[in-house]
Design a protein around this ligand. Structure first.
Ligand code: ATP
Length: 328
């Protein structure tokens, strides 16, 4: 199956600001794909170019098999978009908004079905300005689904929501994938990306610095594992610091915390040391690196001037793919 989204060498500048500098990635059909990056990295600009809200300066953009730069109106019929905040008139109700948005499309779903799907039936006739943040976000998703889109683009869909509302939206996003939609989302929540996304691209300073499945990026990264060690009596900090692979050592009484990039070697040497010193092991915890560790490591290293080889962390896509907003 051809890729649902192909972005090649996308560039966009705002006056003197090079917001996007040669971004490339592909999204397979049926995938949940995450765009991650620090504030100002170029995620929203990339997304806005894809959905025709901004004109790219250069690059190739293919969406649902169409050239998105040449046929933006046709692309809009096939996608659903939920931008960072949905601005609707205060007095409009969810039912009216769904009817209005539906009228912009050749084919559209019935408002009642969308209200039920996004748990808004009870609020169907409530004014927009009386909806809670979570209800507004659910309405944004419902609006993104009004044309039964092949590809859904969600820009920070869970920002500002409480943990329960976030969980509900996660369930909605996973349901979109199960229903065969391709999903592109941007997020600042690394745990969310790790949990939801089949693959991600990390963008920094307008460039892609890594792409791949979250677990592949973690496995390939040099992000170190964290170790907590409690012994009676304490092993001295000086002695622990000499164990191969031990980095960022912090000792507090009987508890020592450190990181290691070579856990097997470090733990073997540690076990020998404890036996030799005849100290009692009370607790030993080894925690794998998280996507957050990888993200922080990569974006810190990239810091402004990314090296030409910065796309090194690329991992081949799995066969599998989409966000919200103004549909027009
Ligand atoms: P965030 O995570 O904070 O939403 P982002 O990764 O989505 O950030 P963009 O909103 O795409 O980043 O912004 C990329 C760069 O382009 C930033 O330096 C931003 O200040 C700049 N920028 C974005 N929109 C405009 C605009 N309309 N005019 C001028 N500069 C802009």
């Amino acid at each position: 199956m051809p890729a649902k989204v192909i972005v090649r060498n996308l560039s966009k500048r705002y006056g003197g600001v090079e917001a996007v500098r040669g971004v490339s990635f592909e999204i397979e059909a049926g995938e949940i794909f995450g765009l991650l990056g620090p504030n100002g990295a170029g995620k929203t600009t990339t997304l806005e170019c894809l959905v025709g809200l901004r004109e790219a300066d250069a690059g190739e953009l293919k969406v649902c098999g169409l050239d998105a730069r040449k046929h933006p109106q046709e692309v809009k019929q096939r996608i659903g978009v939920a931008l960072q905040s949905t601005a609707l008139q205060d007095k409009i109700t969810p039912r009216e908004a769904l009817k209005l948005f539906g009228s912009f499309y050749r084919e559209h779903a019935e408002p009642a079905a969308l209200l039920a799907r996004f748990a808004l039936t009870e609020k169907a006739d409530a004014r927009f300005d009386t909806l809670s943040g979570g209800q507004r976000q659910r309405l944004a998703l419902a609006l993104a689904f009004v044309n039964t889109p092949e590809l859904v683009l969600l820009d920070e869909p869970t920002t500002g929501l409480d943990p329960q509302a976030r969980r509900e939206l996660h369930a909605e996003i996973l349901q979109m994938k199960r229903d065969g939609h391709t999903v592109l989302l941007t997020t600042h929540y690394l745990d969310e990306a790790e949990q939801l996304c089949d693959r991600i691209a990390i963008i920094d300073h307008g460039r892609v610095i890594a792409t791949g499945a979250p677990h592949e990026l973690i496995a390939r990264s040099s992000a170190s594992q964290s170790v907590t060690l409690v012994t009676i009596p304490a092993v001295g900090a000086e002695r622990l610091a000499r164990v191969p692979g031990v980095n960022e050592l912090r000792c507090d009484g009987a508890t020592a915390r450190f990181r290691t990039e070579r856990p097997t070697e470090t733990l073997a040497a540690l076990a020998a040391l404890l036996a030799e010193q005849r100290v009692e092991l009370v607790e030993l915890q080894v925690k794998k690196a998280s996507l957050e560790d990888v993200f922080v490591g990569l974006t810190k290293r990239a810091d402004g001037v990314t090296s030409p080889g910065a796309e090194q962390a690329s991992v081949a896509p799995k066969a599998s793919a989409g966000s919200r907003g103004s549909p027009r």
